[in-house]
Design a protein. Structure first.
Length: 331
């Protein structure tokens, strides 16, 4: 498990708009919200944190955002796939929310362009077992929530206020305090063990891992997220009947995107298993073996994949290096 992070509390940005009741789809509102115009107030962030952990936002009263994004697993889910409030398994593994504010597109298929849209999604798709309007109505019956929303937004609980507050809290989950950071950014040669340094060398050379897991994503951020955030087909989830999950094709409606999913950030990867978009690989050793074999061939497989022919020592080094990406507590 990941150690409890000492958050950098980098409050990136969020528009504070009026929050009158509005039952339209979020896609109708989101163009009005620029996530780069105004920082949220501490009251909005505190409200968002409370909402994130409150199961009363669900139909049964048992499911919170934190049910699928657990702090002790780097805000990811130790289950292979997420489970809705009604007990229905999803198709995908819930990824980590640490540093989510720095990503250009959200979700495995890139369907959302903002954290506000993403926060609305579980209500629209039925994962929370209740509509967001009903959730806002439920909160309006709680005097403490009524006070908190009025203090934060000057309005009673509303769908817009819920998603703005949750998104504001998620924008504070920015952290960069791993031994990898000390080694690469702090130029501390002793931060990584010899085996981890060997794994880093394999990561950047023979393994060609940086072809997809670029240390710095061009045009995205100067912070090392270890992803280019492109959508690629690795063959994960491919079977005799094709792909169970369309992946990026569900957004683009393009046949070439079938089975393609976003390259995830590798930060805290040791704490966020199981792995791949469907949680089908249980350990980092399995992940390295999958890539070493060249993925799973299929008609849409990305051409960047090929067998690597790594030695046992090189595979061990890669796994060790990936563990160095785990955040440590601030001292």
């Amino acid at each position: 498990m990941i150690l409890k992070p000492g958050f950098c509390a980098l409050l990136l940005v969020c528009v504070i708009a009026g929050c009158s009741a509005d039952s339209r789809r979020l896609s109708d509102w989101s163009h009005k919200w620029s996530p780069y115009s105004e920082a949220p107030t501490p009251a909005i962030v505190a409200l968002g944190q409370r909402l994130f952990f409150d199961p009363r936002l669900s139909g049964s009263g048992r499911t919170a955002c934190a049910s699928c994004h657990r702090p002790d697993f780097a805000y990811s889910d130790p289950r292979p796939v997420s489970i809705s409030d009604t007990g229905r398994p999803g198709l995908r593994h819930s990824p980590s929310l640490l540093n989510v504010a720095l990503r250009p597109r959200l979700m495995w298929d890139g369907v959302f362009g903002s954290l506000e849209e993403q926060a609305y999604g579980p209500f629209e798709r039925g994962e929370m077992g209740i509509g967001i309007e009903d959730a806002a109505g439920r909160l309006s019956q709680d005097p403490s929530y009524l006070r908190s929303f009025v203090h934060a937004f000057g309005q009673p609980p509303s769908p817009r206020g819920i998603v703005q507050a949750v998104a504001a809290f998620e924008r504070t989950l920015v952290i960069g305090n791993s031994r990898f950071d000390r080694f690469v950014l702090g130029r501390d040669a002793q931060a990584l063990t010899p085996l981890e340094q060997h794994g880093y060398d394999v990561f950047t050379t023979k393994g060609q891992c940086v072809s997809c897991h670029a240390l710095f994503a061009p045009g995205v951020t100067a912070f090392p997220l270890l992803s280019d955030f492109a959508f690629r087909n690795l063959g994960v989830g491919f079977g005799r009947d094709g792909f169970r999950d369309k992946g990026r094709a569900g957004v683009t409606l393009t046949e070439a995107d079938y089975g393609a999913f976003r390259t995830p950030s590798l930060r805290n990867v040791a704490a966020t298993g199981p792995y791949m978009h469907d949680g089908s690989l249980g350990t980092l050793k399995e992940v390295v073996a999958f890539y070493d074999a060249g993925g799973l061939p299929n008609p849409n497989q990305d051409r960047i994949l090929r067998p690597l022919h790594l030695s046992a020592h090189e595979r061990d080094g890669l796994v060790a290096f990936l563990y160095s990406l785990t955040e440590v507590e601030n001292r």
